[in-house]
Design a protein around this ligand. Sequence first.
Ligand code: FE2
Length: 332
Amino acid sequence: MTTGAAPVRQLDPADAVELRGTAEKILAAVGRGTSAAPQLLARVAESADGLPPSVRRQLRPADTDDGLFVLRGLDVDDTELGPTPAGWAAAGDSGAVHDVVLLLLATAMGDPIAWEGQQGGRFVHNIVPAPGHEGEQTGAGSAVLLSPHTEDAFHPGRAHLLMLSCMRNHDRVATTAAGVRRVRLAAADVELLSRPLLPILPDDAYAGARHFDGGPPPAVPTLYRAEDGLTLRFDPAYTPLADATPAHRAAYRRLEAELARVSVAVRLAPGDVLVLDNDLVVHGRVPFQARYDGTDRWLKRASLRVPARRTRPLAEASEHGYGQAAIEAHAG
Ligand SMILES: [Fe+2]
């Protein structure tokens, strides 16, 4: 893994002030509810239309094969933030103004989504280490490497873009990211991994999905050749590789090794937002020692879809998604 630079887009300080001011006005108008409140989402949609062109320019799609960028320069003040919550359920409206800023940015790039079965249906998730969950492959984990994966890979309605907004990261814990368009694979491996041979099972963050009984897990391809290049759907921790043929397993492991080779470590600082193309990039996190004293690493996460994208096989549309429903912020 290298510590190669992710492309950085610096936000104009005046734009950061304006974004925060807009978020504060929205909260003042609708109250400090959670990011799932319908009035809040409606106000965000209205206000996102009025964001300055200089902000919109910084939110243009990722324009390199890395499939990611860091938007830098949001106004996050550690002293006024309050303690890092001890888990998502304890987060309440902690850092609510930053939830709204993130939703404004997300709405300028696409349609934010939430999941009924994850973090109470909120559109902005709090990613904080939680006592007792240290070994989990979810945002609540800490002590183990979070294996590189695409977000919500089990589901056909998963996000096209993922945004990770840093509130606090005193120990400079690295988020890892690796772009599939940087890997070198033999044509035979690409061909084999483009066949729908294995399912991707729902991850531990989805309470009900692992007991879904509405049909067998659909087998899905790992790689897909989109018009503008390769995309991937990848989550080895939830892929039953033991069921694969030795040749298939070996190809999968070669892809995994290539992703590790091209992986970059991104040490987010407060005010940074990492924007990841969830069809091009796998992300993960290095292990860290949680503090559990109110000063832990704290990220906020938004997921969004970009209408009319052609980065996935059409066959996905018929998958059951293990009974999990995505909720769109601006449906209709
Ligand atoms: Fe993730």
